[in-house]
Design a protein around this ligand. Structure first.
Ligand SMILES: Cc1ncc(C[n+]2csc(CCOP(=O)(O)OP(=O)(O)O)c2C)c(N)n1
Length: 579
């Protein structure tokens, strides 16, 4: 055993002071926080940390990504499937700026991450030194918290605070920037103390009993109550509490794309997806319900459509851990502040057990219309070009709702979210708030590290795949098993759809050429196949799923197929179009 490892093993004993570098203290802290995997990319300003990492290879798995953006998305995928904090390393300057997209994505989708960037020596700060960039100012709007360390003694305390902030309350990304001198500096390390509070930061608002009572009263007297749920349910690990609430109340429940899977897709009270490309019933019924119960969702504009025509007839109950979300977009008649893992059981205890049979039947009637006009044609077209929907449908048949589905952004994302079946929570990994093309492939890598025993299928468009395809190298080198399905329509499909519907079919720079994806995968030693015929679909999907190791399947789908239903931008949810 070499010196650093010996040091590492002795450091677990509390209160014993050991003289270590800032870098070693950082790695010790990460281990103490339960980190097992780091996604990162080295460079000059973070070299001392990487040098220390050399001696921690058996304790910390480091996955060398091919671009720092890929590192952040992998960190997000890892956090989303595992429920743990994603950890990402990058160097200063371009390494740090390459993290920005992933940080913004994690911030808007409330994903817990701790990103560590190297920084130039403290005495060079502000001198335009080589690869110096003001990452603190750059990332302030896209992080829950960030901090620059110039002295090694600060590292354990700041790291503990970073993890606490990242995972507590409404989770989010935190960035710590560490100057090179602090990484190198030796100091007397006293062991790691996790953080359990930060002055003036209250991660969970106090639960107000009177609001729970008011909410229960409204629910008990409602004739047409409707539940909308978002990612807050799974972020709060409140799936069971939520299911009990839904089942006792007998209220139909619809999900935002980040809420998908918090209760299983085939639950009888799960009435489908909300929003722009969501289901017909949930959108129309938003404007027909008398009580709207929003759980852990933030009334994003893709969900609400035109706000001045959104659920105006309904009393709104909003359960959220983040007080800033209450009354932000939709005024709440009853604000239920708090962690829904705690508030839901309190509410469930006060509500009457009911069945809203007639009201639920209305949803079934809308579903029947949608089935006949949209869904069946999409899932079972029979003839003509293959549709994205039938590919997802066949995937469902084979994975039986057990797989983690990671999507990129565009038409395929909406189709996959609409039609994929989920038996389990933390199974639908997508860039919901930021809509980041290029998210899919690296997020799938992270998702697999976060859930190594589950099948991970990445569903990606031909456009988005070309944004981060270099991460095939990460798959190759790490040897993980990720199934990649490219739904190739030879267009930037979602933009083309909008140009067709709202810009008189003036297709402006949306036809996109692609390389031979199968050959590309082959050059990374990843097996693959391309299909264009419907008759090959089931066997190709089966081969992909049965293959030991990663696999790339390219499916040629209809070029100019549109995703419906659709709530056109600026329209009310009840003006949803079926074609
Ligand atoms: C980084 C980024 N740039 C641009 C966009 C705008 N955008 C949204 S969907 C889309 C088209 C996606 O095309 P593709 O990946 O082929 O998927 P498809 O819609 O065809 O399924 C574009 C360009 C975006 N969301 N993200």
């Amino acid at each position: 055993m070499d010196t650093a490892q010996e040091e590492a093993t002795t450091l677990t004993e509390p209160k014993k002071t050991v003289n270590v570098s800032g870098s070693v203290a950082l790695l010790e802290g990460l281990i103490a926080e339960g980190t097992d995997t780091i996604f990162g990319y080295p460079g000059g300003a973070i070299m001392p940390i990487y040098d220390a990492l050399y001696d921690y290879k058996d304790k910390l798995k480091h996955i060398l990504v091919r671009h720092e953006q890929g590192g952040t998305h992998a960190g997000q995928g890892y956090a989303r499937t595992s429920g743990k904090v994603g950890v990402v390393f990058g160097t200063s300057g371009p390494g740090a700026t390459n993290l920005v997209t992933g940080l913004a994505d994690a911030q808007i989708d409330s994903t817990p991450m701790v990103c560590i960037t190297g920084q130039v020596y403290a005495h060079l700060l502000g001198t335009d030194a080589f690869q110096e960039t003001d990452v603190i100012n750059i990332t302030t709007p896209v992080t829950k918290w960030n901090y620059q360390i110039t002295d090694a003694t600060e590292i354990p305390g700041v790291l503990a605070k970073a993890f606490y902030i990242a995972r507590s309350g409404r989770p989010g990304p935190v960035l710590i920037d560490i100057t090179k001198n602090a990484q190198l500096q030796m100091f007397d390390y006293e062991g790691y103390t996790p953080c359990d509070h930060v002055r003036s930061y209250r991660p969970k608002p106090l639960i107000r009993k009177e609001y729970i009572e008011q909410a229960a009263e409204l629910i008990n007297s409602a004739k047409k109550p409707f539940i909308l749920f978002g990612q807050g349910v799974s972020l709060g690990n409140a799936e069971q509490e939520f299911k009990t609430f839904v089942e006792k109340s007998g209220i139909p429940a619809a999900w935002t794309i980040l809420g998908a899977g918090a209760i299983s897709t085939d639950h009888p009270l799960n009435v489908g997806m909300l929003g722009m490309h969501g289901n017909y019933g949930p959108n129309v019924q938003t404007n027909a319900c008398d009580v709207l119960i929003a759980v852990g969702m933030r009334f994003d504009d893709r969900v609400t459509g035109r706000l001045d025509k959104y659920a105006k007839q309904a009393k709104v109950i909003h359960l959220d851990i983040d007080p800033a979300e209450i009354d932000k977009n939709v005024k709440a008649d009853v604000p239920v502040w708090g962690d829904c893992k705690e508030t839901l059981p309190l509410l469930t205890a006060l509500i009457e057990e009911k069945q809203h049979t007639e009201w639920l039947a209305e949803f079934r009637a809308f579903d029947k219309t949608e089935q006949e006009t949209v869904i069946q044609k999409e899932l079972n077209p029979g003839t003509g070009e293959m549709t994205m929907g039938e590919v997802i449908n066949q995937l469902n048949e084979l994975t039986k709702g057990e797989a983690v589905i990671v999507t990129d952004v565009g038409q395929h994302q909406m189709v996959a979210c609409r039609y994929a079946k989920f038996n389990h929570t933390r199974s639908n990994i997508t860039s919901g708030g930021l809509g980041t093309m290029g998210f899919g492939l690296p997020a799938a890598i992270g998702a697999k590290f976060g859930a190594p025993d589950r099948t991970v299928v990445a569903v990606i468009g031909d456009g988005g795949f070309q944004m981060t395809l270099q991460e095939l190298g990460t798959i190759m080198q790490s040897g993980i098993d990720v199934k990649i399905m490219i739904l190739n329509n030879r267009f930037l499909g979602m933009v083309r759809q909008w140009q067709q519907l709202f810009h008189d079919k003036r297709y402006s720079f949306v036809d996109i050429a692609s390389p031979d994806f199968v050959k590309l995968a082959d050059s990374y030693y990843i097996a693959g196949r391309k299909i264009s015929e419907r008759d090959d679909l089931v066997s190709a999907l089966t081969d992909m799923l049965n293959h030991k190791g990663s696999y790339l399947l390219e499916v040629m789908v209809a070029q100019e197929h549109n995703v419906f239903p659709m709530v056109p931008q600026g329209s009310s949810v009840s003006e949803i179009r079926l074609k």
